[in-house]
Structures are given as structure tokens and as C-alpha cells.
Design a binder for this molecule. Structure first.
Ligand code: ADP
Ligand code: TZD
Length: 584
């Protein structure tokens, strides 16, 4: 630093030349602002201009988890946001690093998870004239398309403001991903320490309560009180809201059957007698009044359309985003507010016995549940004995071991690997299942697993299709470097969907894959297992979880097991080249 810049940084005249001890800079202010806002972890990849920022954060007590690819770091920050209810932080370099992070940022926004991606950026006066800078890109303009909001800080004295604004925007209302651009020049800007400190503030009441109007609550109660076939749908917004006890009390006192969306599993234990998860299609088709709690009527719920739904169903929707109402179906009773406040208000205004699910409806669903459970039991039994091992053979073993570790987090992605795991592995604890979510995105696996381990310290079991795993597989090294208690189970059927597609040429089929994933983790010092039977799978998982160190189990699955695109094969276009479903 030159004397002139030191002088310029001081507030007073040239006679008051500020000593170095009384100065700060952009990097320090970013770290101070994050600390002031109680940020515990940063997920990122270093390089110009943020390496010193990562170093300083680490030395100041913020844990910096250094990834191999920003996409995985951003997914980790998103999962941290879902798990903690506070924005997860991702840190990247300029242009390419920034772009790599965007998938995670956009996915967080799509899933309503709070996160902030902070990226360094190159010299504005060169970038904006497109003179060709190192890692040149107008990142702010790009990010606006993929984030809930995007901001840029132009002066070091605005760092506190910028971080407060980013955290507030990410967490409040409908949570989402926020992009925060900090040019290298701002990170390097030197200013008076006292002035810098005064410019920072901690955000007060990050997620203020948002209460519904009493008449809106009464309207919903009225509708439910006349329902013959009421149904509650719990979405990941309900899990995120942490209104666990209120939701359970409402469901149990009214007797209304409920269907959990995949990341709402465990909000009530999956073996709860009122769960209609195993009679889902009947429940949707026949329900006459549906209470949606933190669940959107998007493609995952067939947009609320017949024939999946009763065309005469009346919808009540609890959501923090008012414009979610009527996005797909008329909402007869909108309940706009945070789920905890809404459930509180319902609890206060509901008279004892006013809402009671008719026994005949509960019995009808119970009957269908029992029949479907019996059908599934036969499939499971057949799979247990099958050789080569089927998905369901491996998953039964995984289910039994995971059941002994209810504290374990389950991360899950793939096609068949996703559908079959969701249906087989019961969850008993809220917010312990993280999966591909609203986009059905592949690549969340290792990022989500790392965040779950870092944020909670609990064991993590990542159940991955072999294709899905490949998107973030290099992060096995990160898991091993930080010695995280993550066991990755790859359901390896040697392909995307299936591994037995014929090829039209001497090249492998587009869906074909081949890998010994257990050998990968050994390269990084973790423990690799190969399991060809359900018994071997159970033994490996038991030993991996109890060791509490990085491990990968490569489960050898029959390449002919699985279906094209899993449960959503119907979404493939059906033109002249439509592929015939493979028989198995
Ligand atoms: P799923 O995929 O599980 O059905 P979605 O992601 O479609 O769930 O829906 C989650 C919904 O929850 C979003 O519409 C979001 O606005 C809402 N949400 C998130 N947090 C809260 C909260 N604290 N209170 C109310 N609604 C919330
Ligand atoms: N790329 C991204 C980012 N997301 C996607 N969803 C896809 C590609 C397409 N895709 C799916 O929708 S599932 C899947 C891909 C590539 C992988 C399925 O194969 P798998 O699982 O091995 O992970 P199964 O169990 O063999 O079906």
C-alpha cells in the first residue's frame, strides 16, 4: 500500500495519515460482515480474486470447505440453507467459476432454499467496455436470470449493506438463491477501520413471522369442516418451516390422511397410521378438500389436474408466496403466511371437533394402503433372492441398516435409484431426506452430502444412481480430505436408467456406463466396498456407518433392472423414434 492510498483511505486531512493498524480492506469487511451475521461455513473453490478471502475466513473461525467444482459447492450451500433455515454461503471466482456455481444457485431458487453465491469479478472498467479482461464477464447481468435477486457492491463501505441485503433477500418471503457480485477492486479497497466497522450490521429477525388474516383462516376451517374426503399434502416448504409439532398435532387431532412429498418424508414418521403415501393415487383422485402445506401444484403433483385429481376438489393452500395461489388451480381458501404462523392461527381458531375426517374415508385409504404394501412385500421378497442383485434387493438391506440410524441423513438422486429409494427407505425424522427436488436435477449428491455432514455432524448415506453419482463424484476427494462421515452407496447397474441398452455402432450405447466406484474412493484414502448381494450390502453399510469415515459401496446391480427414466418415462417425447420400453 502506498502512502498516498493510505492517506486517501483516511477520513481526515493529510496531516491525519492513518496508521496501517487503523485500516481495513474489502476482504476483512466481507469476513467481518459474515461473522457478524453468524455465518459458520462457506462452501467454495478458491482462485483470483478470492483466495485471501477464503484464507482469512478460515483463520477467523469460519469453516471453509474447499470443493473441486463450484456446482457442488453451490449445491452444498443450498442444502445448508434448507437444513439450517439460514442462507448457505457459496464463494466462487469470476466468470467460469461463477457460471459453474449458477446451476446450484438456480436450483436453490427453484427449490426455495436460501443461499447466497458470492463471486469475485474482474475490473469493471475493462469488462464493461469488453476490452478483454482476465475472466471477463458481466456476471450481474447473467445472474439476474437465474437468481431470486442479484446485487453488486461497488464500494468497500457498502459491503455490510450488500451482505445484509443478500442474506435478507435469500431468507425472507419465499426463500431462494441470491447472487452477490464483489469486484476484485472492492475486495482490495482500503479504508479506515472504524468507518468500515460502522458500515456493518447484523440482520435483525431474518425471517419475520407472517400471519394470515383471521377471515382467511376461518374460510379454510369452514371448507375442511364439511369435507367428506379431506387430504393434507405436506411439501418440502412444510419441512423447511420447522412447524413440526403444530403440523403433527393438526393432523392427529383432525384424523385427516396426509401424503408427504419426498423431502417432507419424516415430518411425521413414514409408518404413521394416517400416512396415505402408499395409497397416493387413490387419495389424489378422490379427495374433495385438499390442504396443501408448503407444496406447489407443479408437475410433481400433476398440476392439480384430472384425472390424477378429483376435478371437483377444492384446494386450500398454505404458502408464504401469495402469487403461488391460483398458479394452477383455483384456490378456494388461500392461506398466505409462514406455515408456523398459519398452523398456529388454525389451532387458535379451530373449535374442538370442528374438523374430523370421516372414518369411511380413512378406512378406504387404509384398505388400499394394506393392499399396496402386500404387493410391494411380494416384489421385495422376490428381489431379496435375485441374483444378480436387483435395486430392491440392495435397498432392503440399506433400509434395514438406515432404520437403526434414524439420525442419519439420506441424500438421494438418480432415476430408478431415486424412485425406488424414496418408496423403500422410510424416514422417521424431519428434514433428513435431501433429493433431486423440483427440477429432478442430477449432481446434487456429494454437495448435499457434504453440507449435511458439515452442518450437522451426523452420519450421511448418499444413495446414488451410477450416472447421478458421476456428476459430483470428484467430491469424494473433498469428503476424504475433510474426513466427513459420508457413506456413498452407488446402485451400479452400469448405465443411465439401465445398463443393457444395445448400441447401434461399435461405440457404447448413449446410456451405457462402466465404473468401479469403490476404487475411486480408495485413491483418496477412503474405504471402498464392493457388494454383489443384499447381505454384502448390509454388512458394508453397517461397517461404514459405524466407522464414521469416508466410504463408498459399489453395489453391483443387474444391468437389466430399471426402466427408462424411472417413474417419469411418459415425459419423453413420443415421436417416430420413440423407444419401446425394454422388457424386464
Ligand atoms: P414439494 O416439491 O415438496 O411439493 P415445493 O418446493 O413445490 O414442495 O413447495 C414448497 C413451497 O413452500 C413453496 O411454494 C414455498 O413458497 C413454500 N414455503 C417455503 N417456506 C415456507 C414457509 N416458511 N412458510 C410458508 N411457505 C413456505
Ligand atoms: N443432467 C442433469 C443435470 N439432470 C438430469 N436430470 C439429467 C441430466 C437427465 N437424467 C435424469 O433425469 S436421471 C439421470 C439422468 C442423466 C441418471 C439416471 O441414471 P442413474 O439412475 O444411473 O443415476 P438409475 O437408477 O440407473 O435409473
Amino acid at each position: 500500500m502506498t502512502e498516498a492510498s493510505v492517506q486517501a483511505a483516511g477520513e481526515g486531512s493529510a496531516s491525519a495519515v492513518t496508521s496501517a493498524a487503523a485500516l481495513t480492506d474489502g476482504i476483512h469487511l466481507v469476513v467481518d460482515a459474515l461473522k457478524l451475521n453468524d455465518v459458520k461455513n462457506i462452501y467454495g473453490v478458491v482462485g483470483i480474486p478470492i483466495t485471501d478471502l477464503a484464507r482469512l475466513a478460515q483463520s477467523e473461525g469460519i469453516r471453509f470447505i474447499a470443493f473441486r467444482h463450484e456446482s457442488n459447492a453451490a449445491h452444498a450451500a443450498a442444502a445448508a440453507g434448507f437444513l439450517t433455515g439460514k442462507p448457505g454461503i457459496c464463494l466462487t471466482v469470476s466468470a467460469p467459476g461463477f457460471l459453474n456455481g449458477l446451476v446450484g444457485l438456480a436450483n436453490a431458487t427453484t427449490n426455495c432454499f436460501p443461499m447466497v453465491q458470492i463471486s469475485g469479478s474482474s475490473e469493471r472498467h475493462i469488462v464493461d467496455l469488453q476490452r478483454g479482461d482476465y475472466e471477463e464477464m458481466d456476471q450481474l447481468a447473467v445472474a439476474k436470470n437465474f437468481a431470486k435477486a442479484a446485487y453488486r457492491i461497488h464500494r468497500a463501505e457498502d459491503i455490510g449493506r450488500g451482505i445484509a441485503r443478500a442474506l435478507r433477500t435469500a431468507a425472507s418471503g419465499r426463500p431462494g438463491g441470491v447472487y452477490l457480485d464483489i469486484p476484485a477492486a472492492v475486495l482490495g479497497e482500503v479504508l479506515d477501520k472504524a468507518k468500515g466497522e460502522r458500515s456493518l450490521w447484523p440482520v435483525t429477525d431474518l425471517t419475520p413471522r407472517q400471519l394470515p388474516a383471521p377471515e382467511a383462516v376461518d374460510r379454510a376451517i369452514e371448507l375442511l369442516s364439511h369435507a367428506q374426503r379431506p387430504l393434507v399434502v405436506l411439501g418440502k416448504g412444510a419441512a423447511y418451516s420447522r412447524a413440526d409439532a403444530l403440523l403433527r398435532e393438526f393432523i392427529e387431532t383432525t384424523g385427516i390422511p396426509y401424503v408427504p412429498m419426498s423431502m417432507a418424508k419424516g415430518l411425521l414418521p413414514d409408518d404413521h397410521p394416517q400416512s396415505a403415501a402408499t395409497a397416493r393415487s387413490l387419495a389424489l383422485k378422490k379427495a374433495d378438500v385438499v390442504l396443501l402445506v408448503g407444496a406447489r401444484l407443479n408437475w410433481l403433483l400433476s398440476h392439480g389436474d384430472a384425472p390424477a385429481w378429483n376435478p371437483d376438489a377444492k384446494f386450500i393452500q398454505v404458502d408464504i408466496a401469495a402469487n403461488e395461489m391460483d398458479s394452477n388451480q383455483p384456490i378456494a381458501a388461500p392461506l398466505v403466511g409462514d406455515i408456523a404462523s398459519v398452523m398456529d392461527a388454525i389451532h387458535e381458531r379451530l373449535k374442538p371437533g370442528q374438523i374430523k375426517a370421516p372414518q369411511s374415508w380413512r378406512d378406504e385409504l387404509k384398505e388400499r394402503t394394506d393392499a399396496n404394501v402386500a404387493k410391494m412385500a411380494k416384489r421385495l421378497e422376490a428381489a431379496k433372492a435375485a441374483h444378480p442383485m436387483k435395486f430392491l434387493g440392495a435397498l432392503q438391506s440399506i433400509r434395514d441398516v438406515v432404520a437403526q440410524h434414524p439420525e442419519a441423513y439420506v441424500v438421494n438422486e438418480g432415476a430408478n435409484a431415486l424412485d425406488l429409494t424414496r418408496n423403500t427407505i422410510g424416514m422417521r425424522v424431519p428434514r433428513h431426506r435431501l433429493d433431486s427436488g423440483t427440477w429432478g436435477v442430477m449432481g446434487i449428491g456429494m454437495g448435499y452430502a457434504i453440507a449435511a455432514a458439515v452442518e450437522t455432524g451426523a452420519p450421511v448415506v448418499a444413495i446414488e444412481g451410477d450416472s447421478a453419482f458421476g456428476f459430483s463424484g470428484m467430491e469424494l476427494e473433498t469428503i476424504s480430505r475433510y474426513q466427513l462421515p459420508v457413506t456413498t452407496v452407488v446402485l451400479n447397474n452400469s448405465g443411465v436408467y439401465r445398463g443393457d441398452d444395445p448400441s447401434a455402432t461399435s461405440d457404447p450405447a448413449p446410456t451405457s456406463l462402466r465404473a468401479r466406484h469403490d476404487l475411486m474412493i480408495e485413491a483418496f484414502g477412503g474405504t471402498g466396498y464392493r457388494a454383489a448381494t443384499p447381505v454384502e450390502t448390509a454388512a458394508a453399510l453397517r461397517s461404514a456407518i459405524s466407522a464414521g469415515t469416508p466410504a463408498l459401496i459399489d453395489c453391483v446391480i443387474d444391468p437389466s433392472d430399471g426402466t427408462e427414466s424411472g417413474n417419469i418415462g411418459h415425459l419423453n417425447p413420443k415421436g417416430l423414434t420413440a423407444r419401446q420400453p425394454a422388457s424386464h
